[in-house]
Design a protein around this ligand. Structure first.
Ligand code: CU
Length: 353
């Protein structure tokens, strides 16, 4: 059941990708007819994907783009498989396996991005996240406590490489590397332990490993409609210094956008993600809490997002882009018990020169 959901998103995405690649000779019968077909317009408001999508577009030679994103994720309640469970039900006095349970988690991320195109074929991309995490817990003794971490996350860099561009459809490869600049040694005062200890895996700021993030992205435009699809994965290259590696992941995205005016477009996006358990174990992360168990961190989720892009088309702010996108899961299946996603939001600003 759960696999079929994710697979259907993957296949829809791949089907879109493959039809995007089919060149229709009927469209090129004569030069006149050819001329009536609009080429891909890189400047229109929906030429950029919904703001929650990364690495969606290339730039022309010599162009540079600065971006800033504010991202927020709220997680609650706990899940076992696809079933919601209360934190209380997972505590030992109530027949569960744990003395401590997380009840909710908030993640805020400030992401600064720089893109630069040395040629029309390659756009270089650099992204640095600054992360703020908070997790609330209950204990078997009936008390509550909160832990928090913050700092820079994993710096991502690499290239977007053009595959092709014909008529109103284009595609590129995403070849990104994630460097282990985010801490995996975050500590905090844990009240039931009565001391400062290393915090569980979800509270750490990075993966601790060099990660390869390959992907493929397709974009198309048709009249006032545009669409895109992207397959993106994360492959952990080895084990980190704390003796573990986070699970690999894969995300399939498909979206459609409607250009309402030269300045405004709205979008719907369907996103399916699957990620694995943690391999290995940090000997300093322990405790009767599910977030400290490497073997129950994996899961999969399907999210639906609604977004708005805004492009300033005149005045002092001409060329500046603002965008917002918010989403909720339609479905999640987590190894767990583990906090599930409640809602996500991204607000962003972009400007190219
Ligand atoms: Cu850009």
């Amino acid at each position: 059941m759960k696999k079929s959901f994710l697979l259907s998103i993957l296949f829809t995405s791949l089907a879109l990708n493959s039809t995007a690649g089919d060149y229709d000779p009927a469209k090129a019968i004569s030069l006149d007819e050819h001329d009536t077909l609009e080429a891909f317009d890189h400047t229109r408001v929906d030429a950029h994907a919904p703001i929650g999508v990364m690495g969606d577009h290339l730039h022309h030679e010599g162009e540079m783009m600065l971006s800033y994103r504010y991202m927020r994720m709220d997680m609650r309640p706990n899940f076992v498989g696809s079933d919601e469970v209360t934190a209380q039900s997972q505590l030992r006095p109530n027949g569960g396996n744990f003395m401590i349970m997380p009840t909710d988690m908030q993640t805020e991320m400030h992401m600064v991005g720089l893109m630069y195109a040395p040629s029309d074929e390659v756009t270089l991309s650099f992204m640095l996240p600054i992360i703020d995490k908070t997790m609330d817990h209950i204990t078997a003794a009936g008390t509550n406590f909160t832990t928090a971490t913050n700092g820079i996350g994993d710096f991502k860099f690499g290239g977007l490489v053009k595959l092709y561009e014909q008529e109103n459809v284009k595609g590129h490869l995403n070849l990104m590397i994630s460097a282990p600049t985010g801490s995996v040694q975050e500590t905090g005062f844990v009240a039931p332990a009565g001391q400062v200890i290393r915090l569980p895996y979800p509270m750490q700021l990075g993966s601790g490993t060099w990660d390869f993030r390959p992907g493929v992205t397709f974009l198309g435009q048709n009249g006032n409609f545009s669409w895109g699809s992207q397959l993106l994965g994360t492959v952990r290259l080895g084990e980190n210094n704390e003796n573990y590696s986070l699970g690999d992941d894969i995300t399939a995205n498909i979206w459609g956008a409607l250009k309402l005016s030269d300045s405004v477009s709205t979008s719907l996006r369907l996103s399916g993600t699957s990620w694995g358990d943690i391999d290995g174990r940090d000997p300093l992360i322990a405790g009767p809490v599910p977030t400290a168990d490497p073997s129950i961190q994996g899961g999969e989720r399907i999210d639906l997002f609604y977004g708005v892009n805004y492009l300033f088309t005149n005045g002092a702010l001409k060329g500046h882009r603002l965008a917002v996108e918010a989403g909720k899961p339609l479905y999640q299946d987590l190894d767990g018990p583990r906090l599930g996603m409640d809602w996500m939001m991204t607000v962003g600003w972009q400007k190219a020169w």
